[in-house]
Structures are given as C-alpha cells and as structure tokens.
Design a binder for this molecule. Structure first.
Ligand code: PLP
Length: 384
C-alpha cells in the first residue's frame, strides 16, 4: 500500500470553561443524552423523540405553528433553510445589517441568485422600527432578514411590532435567534415572525450540529405556492414529511444523527423544566452581576446604550496598550477559560465574552472577572 496508516497519538484535553460567543459547555444531562442508544430512524422510539422535540421547539419559540422541526447542521444550516425556502431567485431580500451574521445571510442570498438590499447601521447600535419601516415601504421586498442577538457586536435588536410592519407591505420577517434564544425573551407569534432559526451550542448548552427552525402560517403559504426549487437537503416540504408536521407522513429523507436528536431533546427538556421566564431572569441577573464586577476594572463597553447590550454576549473595550489577542491567549493558558476577540466589524476593537446556558451563574461571572483582572495586571507588568 502506498499510503501507510497514520499514527494517532493520544490527545488529552482538560475541558475549558467556554465563555466565548459560542460554543458553550454542555449541560451534564445533555452530555449523558449523547450516549443514548442508536435507534432505527423508522421506529416508535425515534418518532416519539422527534415529537418531543417539535413540542419543545414550539415552546422555546413561543409559536402555535405546525411547521417546526430541526435541521441537521449547525446554525448556518438554519440560516440557509429559511432563506432558500422563502426567497426565490430574482426575488428581493432586505438585509438589516449590523454584524457578521447579516453578512453571511447576504453571502447565502447572493449565491442563490436572490436580489439583495443591504440596509446598514453602525455595528455598535441597533435599528429603530421607523427606519426599518421606511426601507420595507421603499423596496417592498419578499422578505427581510434581521439578527435578534448579534454575537459579533454584542447587541440585541428590538423586534416587537416588526412583523406587523413587514406584513403591511407583503414582506416576510426572517430572524436569527442563534445566540439569543433561551437567554433573552423571544415571542415568534406575538412579534409576527415568519421564519426563525436557532442552534444548540449557545444558550441551550448543547452540541453544535442540529438547528431548530419554525415557519408561520404566512410563510407556509409562501412555501406551498412558491415557483422556485430549493436545495434537496434543506427542502422544508420534504423535511416536514420526515418530521410528521402534518400527521401520517413519516418518511425517510436523510439519516439524522441520533446522538444529536437525543441531545436537542434534552436541551429543550431542560429549558422546559426551568421555564423560559426563569432562564431569561437568570441570564439577566448574571450579566448584571458581571457588569458590576467589571466596574472595578478599566474596561468599557463597545455598545454605548445599555438597552442595546445583549445579555448573552458582552463586547468589552480594553484600555490603550493592551493587545486583544494577548488577553485571549492569557485567559486560555493561565485560566483555561476561552473568550474570543472581536469578529468582522469588531475585530481588533473588543473582547467578546459569552456567559450563557449552564455557564450563566455567579460563579462563572466571578471566575471571568477574576481572570480578566489578573490578565490586565500581569500583561501590563510584562510590557513595562
Ligand atoms: C454562532 C452564530 C451563528 C452561526 O452558528 P453556527 O452554529 O456556527 O453555524 C449564527 N448566528 C448567530 C447570531 C450566532 O451567534
């Protein structure tokens, strides 16, 4: 044989405290769920797990819609699914842009031959509903894409009333809740959201690779009447049959990953036991506590308006003279804590610190604040 087998050396890892904008550490019961047995994808045990997941998704998105299921893939697969199923080539997508995820939506839409309109605000702010209405009224696009919580900038967008505005002009509202769901209030039906997706590895404390999506009745109509073809893997009509969204249509589309199905079911079960209200309250309390601890350090917020700050991901500005990558490296090497530097518009301008899911506790906030204080002291000393 010309290619010999490679030698796989043992690799030992000490699990870090994951406090970046994602992934988050796994919840203990989620870790256990990952080791549950593999069932046939066409047996009762598996079907009942899918039914549980659909009920859980309706709860966490707060929707009565039947077209809810999970896509096999990370958060991006949810993004691609909502865009490709609802907006055809030559139709128009308005992208409200303030961070990297909106840029991704732009990239996906471009590749699908969709006409895109980008409406931008400075990355450390959010949109007013008035300015969004002006854009929707002007272009009357097929759909508008907007990010609820933006993990690249640390902002949270007010969405209450935006659905009504969109519907007035025949526009569908598509929302990314990957880093906000479970950490920040979200109400799909009450806010008139037509398509939404999230993912497991942020505030749900699960493994990446499976992404809940939901479509409103209005979006369902659009999917039924659409003229365009979508990708096979993300075709919501076929997936709705696999997930039995309308009853008696269990059918094979692709093999889902049983460990991920069990893990998602457990994430949703845990959030249902805690309840959304309690989870939102816990996240708000932890982040308030973390901000209080930061007041003793020479650290500023990248987002000036406290109302625009995202509870799950903080973007922090260090005093002049500090290198963001050095601080990230120091926390990893000295404290085994993972935080991230800026990304996209915030690259070289901030740290991104995520306190979410199982990590949304006073103990984690303390560990982070202590580690940051140590980094600021030590790194300054070494540069003197
Ligand atoms: C992390 C993140 C994504 C991308 O999720 P992947 O699982 O990495 O594909 C999308 N949107 C937001 C807001 C995110 O924070």
């Amino acid at each position: 044989m010309s290619i010999p087998p490679p030698n796989f050396v043992e690799r030992e890892f000490k699990e870090p405290l994951l406090c970046g904008p994602g992934p988050c550490n796994l919840g203990p019961s989620v870790r256990e769920a990952l080791t549950k047995p593999v069932f046939s994808p066409l047996c009762e045990q598996f079907f009942s797990a899918l039914d549980d997941i659909r009920a859980g998704i309706k709860y966490v998105f707060q929707t009565k819609s039947n077209l809810v299921l999970a896509i096999s893939g990370s958060g991006h697969s949810g993004m691609e699914t909502v865009i490709t199923n609802l907006v055809g080539p030559k139709e128009t997508l308005l992208i409200a842009t303030r961070g990297i995820w909106d840029e991704r939506a732009y990239d996906i839409a471009k590749r699908l031959g969709i006409k895109t309109i980008v409406y931008r605000v400075p990355y450390n702010t959010t949109f007013t509903l008035e300015e969004l209405e002006r854009q929707v009224e002007l272009y009357r696009p097929t759909a508008m894409f907007i990010t609820h919580g933006d993990s690249s900038t640390g902002t949270v967008q007010n969405l209450e009333g935006l659905g009504d505005i969109c519907h007035k002009y025949g526009t569908l509202l598509l929302v990314d809740t990957v880093v906000s769901l479970g950490g920040v209030p979200f109400f799909m039906d009450a806010w008139g959201v037509d398509a939404v997706y999230t993912s497991t590895q942020k505030a749900l404390s699960g493994p990446a690779g499976i992404s809940p999506v939901a479509f409103s009745a209005r979006a369902e109509q659009k999917i039924k009447n659409r003229k365009h073809e979508t990708s096979f893997y993300f075709d919501i009509n076929l997936l709705a049959q696999q997930w039995n969204c309308y009853g008696n249509t269990r059918s094979y589309h692709h093999t889902m990953s049983p460990p991920l199905v069990w893990a998602l079911r457990e994430c949703l079960r845990q959030l249902s036991i805690e309840t959304l209200e309690k989870s939102w309250e816990r996240h708000a309390k932890t982040s308030r506590y973390f901000y209080e601890r930061l007041q003793r350090l020479p650290i500023e917020f990248l987002v000036p308006n406290p109302e625009h700050r995202l509870t799950t991901v903080a973007t922090l500005v260090l005093p002049n003279g500090y290198n963001y990558n050095d601080v990230v490296k120091y926390l990893r090497e000295k404290h085994n804590i993972i935080i991230f530097p800026g990304l996209g518009p915030t690259a070289g301008k901030s740290l991104r610190i995520g306190i979410m899911g199982v990590n949304s506790t006073v103990a984690v906030a303390d560990a982070l604040a202590d580690a940051l204080a140590d980094a600021l002291q030590t790194l300054v000393k070494s540069s003197l």
